[in-house]
Design a protein around this ligand. Structure first.
Ligand code: UD1
Ligand code: UDP
Length: 392
């Protein structure tokens, strides 16, 4: 056993949300080992570059059109072998992907303690989101220390019998990552300079969830088409997730539609300024649901359930499902009513205040016995200046 903290991740959102923790551990002089499965190859590499992270071990497991079972097997086998060799003091995983489950299970097999960043998110619907709801529940069963982003996530864990001593409420590190970028004020990439010259309104879209592929996906595309027809000043920009099932359908259904722009996935330094420029977001992404309110952008969630109800309850997000008619109706309400729009845009971000990474590191030190004092929990107060760019 050495004294390093191992960060295990493999996809875009895990890299973004663990990057602030990586940077904070480095700042404190804590030894860090970065182990990536590269469940995502291109998307992961984009984010490693943005945050200056270099993997100590890269399992390079991604294959085109990979099945859930294949990713699980490759991640688990590679991670157990790696952890057996490196023997870190603790393993941190983040979120609910297959890499997260593989990392937690491999660490358990090697009898290494597991810390789960963003623990306790639940929809309580086994198939929505699929397979993430089960990945995160299993990961929480395997974990020893829990970094819950919100008080609700903490309550979910307590309800499942997790001992309170191991749960720390930290806020979500995505707001820290967002601030890291906002502080740099990065320019838009050349391919998106047209956004600077555009007078009209921008609807930013992302979608990739497995339960939305197929019919729901085509209804989302139809809604985008109808919205651009109804609002001549509206442009839709959709950076496509590289899953071939996403890119193929989106191009089939939306190529040639006026003012619908499909593009490659944007690196974080490009995505954040685009998000900040957007007037409205339509997404099935977890991370984007958290980021949009931090930038004061109303978000419509194209899903039937969300494990992030805080945004809906606070009034910064609306759960609109995937029916064309409902999406068009809800988007129109916001596009037509400046008062309703303002109310959504000005509420703030219930997910974090940009200080999650220091809290996670304090909590980890407390859990490991390196720090006597238990850190205070993050608590969002409605209307507080928590995450917006002005607050950075
Ligand atoms: C995965 C996670 C999901 C998370 C999402 C974030 C699982 C089961 N799913 O979904 O929870 O929300 O990442 O984006 O862990 N591909 C590329 N290049 C890349 C990334 C993906 O070509 O950089 C293509 C490959 O063909 C790959 C496919 O996308 O086989 C699907 O990738 P996979 O990681 O299995 O699932 P996602 O849908 O990306
Ligand atoms: N993102 C990005 N470029 C894009 C689309 C998304 O950098 O073109 C970022 C986004 O800001 C968020 C994260 O990727 O932080 C979300 O990833 P994704 O939607 O793939 O996964 P999820 O959050 O749904 O698990």
């Amino acid at each position: 056993m050495n004294d390093a903290v191992a960060l295990v991740f493999g996809t875009r959102p895990e890299a973004i949300k663990l990057a602030p923790v990586y940077q904070e551990l480095k700042r404190r002089g804590t030894p860090v080992q970065v182990i990536v499965t590269a469940q995502h190859r291109g998307l992961l590499d984009q984010m490693l570059a943005v945050f200056g992270m270099t993997p100590d071990v890269d399992l390079d497991i991604m294959q085109e059109g990979q099945s859930l079972g294949e990713v699980t097997c490759r991640a688990l086998a590679g991670l157990q072998q790696t952890l057996h060799r490196l023997r870190p003091r603790v393993v941190l995983v983040q979120g609910d992907t297959t890499t997260v489950l593989g990392g937690a299970l491999a660490a358990f097999y090697e009898r290494i303690p597991v810390g789960h960043v963003e623990a306790g998110l639940r929809t309580n619907d086994k198939f929505s989101p699929y397979p993430e709801e089960i990945n995160r529940r299993l990961t929480d069963v395997l974990s020893d220390v829990y970094f819950a982003a919100t008080r609700r996530a903490r309550r979910n864990l307590l309800g499942e019998g997790v001992a309170p001593a191991g749960i720390y409420v930290t806020g979500n590190s995505v707001v820290d990552a967002l601030r890291f970028v906002v502080d740099q004020n990065p320019p838009l990439p050349e391919s998106l300079h047209w956004l600077d010259e555009m007078d009209g309104r921008l609807l930013l879209t992302t979608a990739h969830r497995r339960e939305n592929l197929g019919v729901p996906f085509s209804r989302i595309c139809e809604a985008l088409r109808e919205l651009t027809e109804r609002y001549p000043d509206l442009t839709v920009l959709w950076p496509l997730h590289p899953n071939p099932l996403v890119t193929k359908s989106a191009h089939e259904l939306l190529d040639g539609v006026e003012r619908v722009v499909l593009c490659e996935p944007l690196d974080y330094l490009s995505f954040v300024p685009v998000l900040a420029r957007a007037d409205l977001v339509l997404t099935d992404s977890g991370g984007v649901q958290e980021e949009a309110p931090a930038l004061g952008v109303p978000v419509l969630v194209a899903r039937d359930t969300t494990e992030r109800p805080e945004g809906v309850e606070a009034g910064v997000a609306r759960l609109v499902g995937t029916e064309t008619e409902t999406i068009v109706l809800e988007a129109s309400r916001l596009l037509d009513s400046p008062a309703e729009y303002r109310q959504m845009a000005e509420t703030g971000c219930p997910y974090g205040d940009g200080q999650a990474a220091p809290r996670i590191c304090d909590a980890l030190e407390h859990f490991l016995g390196d720090r006597a004092e238990r850190p205070a929990d993050f608590d969002w107060v409605s209307g507080a200046d928590t995450g917006g760019p002005g607050a950075a």
